[in-house]
Design a binder for this molecule. Structure first.
Ligand code: AMP
Ligand code: MG
Length: 409
């Protein structure tokens, strides 16, 4: 058996970073930067007012009760050549450039005005409510490093510095299928005897999409060597082929029947639970991932092998989800021969540390418990039990949807 870590290193070593391309900023969410982004200008580009108020000289408002002459007003997007002198002020709106001579803004709430004069009720510190040029980003600054996966906030920053077409890595093209004679598409209203609906393929599609893949759906493939060969052939020009099912010890495990003799593909047993059987290698030009059939095993092998590989191919610097220490609200009994991924919910905090419990049944077919989970509790090899109240590493794959967990659910 391979360990989790050695299996993952082999997988990652077999995939390379894809070419780069430029995309419009409107299409850039989730894409990974292929070059460092350096600011060509200051943000904000000029000192401006943080408040609606009056632009003044700080020396004039050092003590309360100043009365100043109002020279005019200034809104965002306009400028003035008028200089604010001693005893003078310009009415100013949020975002308007600071007029010459002024170094401080008194917010409107602290003033009384009749339009031509303004009375300042309080003492105001120099520089108050002025946003300096470069206060957000300084020209020539490294704004984002190559390998950054773009969130909506990154996209906002790229827009402020005028990067309309960021350079990103290409998305991996992934052909995916599920295998099994028992499988019927989701639209099926009456399942035949022994039939079940194909849950892997729709879930896999969603997982792959979230990880940035471009998709080619090879459909449901029956346990028939010829049909599988032709599906593999159709996928062989993509970057990756992913299948589910047919990789373990059954008589009809078609993926195994077709690919076992193939020098390019290895049939692994990985010391993890769930998702022990796993096939990996090359089929045609494509890197092949043969995931197990049980839906929770699909999730675990996706999270542990496929998602990191997809992110690596897209040039991402961070390819593994963060882990943290939690405490378990119940005993966790696991197989000491394996790294076990227990599906857990965060049910509250124990002295500031997330407290987790099982989200439901832990059989690898019980997908509903995986849907209810926030995280895997990762119980390492060599550990048979973590007792209630004991520390456990968790790997969050989603955050709780509500804030209730802070007070316990
Ligand atoms: P296999 O690895 O092909 O023997 O499948 C293991 C288990 O997973 C069996 O109970 C299958 O019925 C089930 N399974 C395989 N593929 C799917 C799928 N696409 N959707 C739901 N269950 C599946
Ligand atoms: Mg099968």
């Amino acid at each position: 058996m391979k360990t989790l870590e050695s299996a993952r290193s082999e997988v990652l070593a077999a995939v390379g970073v894809l070419e780069s391309e430029s995309v419009s900023i409107g299409e850039a969410r989730g894409r990974v930067l292929a070059s460092d982004v350096i600011a060509g200008e200051d943000v904000p580009p000029f000192p401006n007012s943080a408040m609606d108020g009056f632009a003044v000289r700080a020396v004039d408002v050092a003590s309360p009760g100043a009365t100043l002459e109002v020279l005019g007003d200034l809104q965002a997007g306009s400028t003035t050549e008028v200089v604010v002198g001693t005893g003078e002020a310009i009415k100013i709106m949020t975002g308007a450039p600071m007029p010459k001579g002024a170094d401080t803004v008194v917010k409107v709430e602290d003033t009384i005005t009749d339009g031509s004069k303004v009375e300042i009720g309080i003492a105001v510190e120099p520089g108050t409510s002025v946003r300096p040029a470069g206060g957000d980003v300084i020209r020539d600054q490294l704004v984002f490093e190559k390998g950054t996966r773009l969130t909506p906030m990154h996209i906002g920053v790229l827009a402020t510095i005028g990067v309309a077409n960021p350079e990103v890595f290409r998305r991996p093209r992934v052909a995916y299928m599920s295998t099994g004679d028992e499988l019927a598409p989701v639209e099926t209203t009456h399942l035949g005897p022994g039939g079940i609906r194909d849950s892997n393929r729709p879930m896999l599609k969603a997982l792959l999409e979230e990880a940035g893949a471009e998709l080619i759906d090879l459909g449901i493939v029956s346990d028939d060597p010829d049909l599988l060969r032709s599906a593999l052939d159709r996928g062989s020009r993509s970057d990756l082929i992913v299948s589910t099912g047919g990789v373990s010890m059954g008589d009809y495990d078609v993926t195994k029947l077709v690919l076992e003799g193939d020098a390019g593909v290895g049939f692994w047993k990985i010391a993890i639970q769930p998702a022990k059987p796993f096939a990996f290698g090359r089929v045609g030009d494509a890197v092949f991932f043969g995931l197990p059939g049980n839906p929770v095993s699909v999730l675990v092998s996706f999270e542990q092998f496929l998602r990191p590989a997809l992110l690596r191919m897209q040039g991402a610097r961070a390819i593994l989800r963060p882990q943290m220490v939690a405490v378990t609200a119940e005993d966790l009994d696991t197989d000491p021969e394996k790294t076990v991924f227990v599906r857990v919910v965060v049910e509250g905090l124990a002295e500031g540390v997330p407290k987790v419990k099982k989200s439901g049944g832990q059989s690898s077919n019980v997908l509903s418990a995986a849907a209810a989970a926030d995280a895997f509790a990762v119980v390492p090899r060599g550990v048979a039990t973590i007792e209630r109240g004991g520390p456990v590493t968790i790997e969050m794959f989603k955050w709780p949807e509500t804030r209730e967990w802070l007070d316990g659910r």
